[in-house]
Design a protein around this ligand. Sequence first.
Ligand code: DQA
Length: 142
Amino acid sequence: MKIQIINGPNLNLLGKREPGIYGNRGFEAYFDELKERYPNIELEYFQSNHEGSMIDKIHEVGFTYDGIVLNAGAYTHTSVALLDALKAVQTPAIEVHISNVHQREEFRHKSLISAGCKGVICGFGLDSYRLAIEAIINLKTL
Ligand code: DQA
């Protein structure tokens, strides 16, 4: 099984960025933990601050991988292009957020990408990513 994790803008600063909201752990250390936890899954991690690069990655994996775990960061709330990319490919995507966006500013309550995703997980800190992997595993065994 192959799963691609895609993190969008500013998520390269996890651990340093607003730790009260996003915690004080960098993603790389957490990703190593995920790989140890799922030795039988080919897990890949990609981060970009650029919308087009994220779209390119969705196209690249979207016909061969079993799942995409996507934290699109602020593009969640603005990007029709990401929605279209998710709709264009076959691989199911799970939308993920570290924070509970519904407890935050109103502009974060609306996601433009949810309609292109199989489901949404938010508010569980970094554990949101593990829950999304579990969701993809369950999709495959349903
Ligand atoms: C986020 C929530 C978004 O609103 C925000 O722009 C982010 C991170 C989250 O993981 O909680 O960059 O996607």
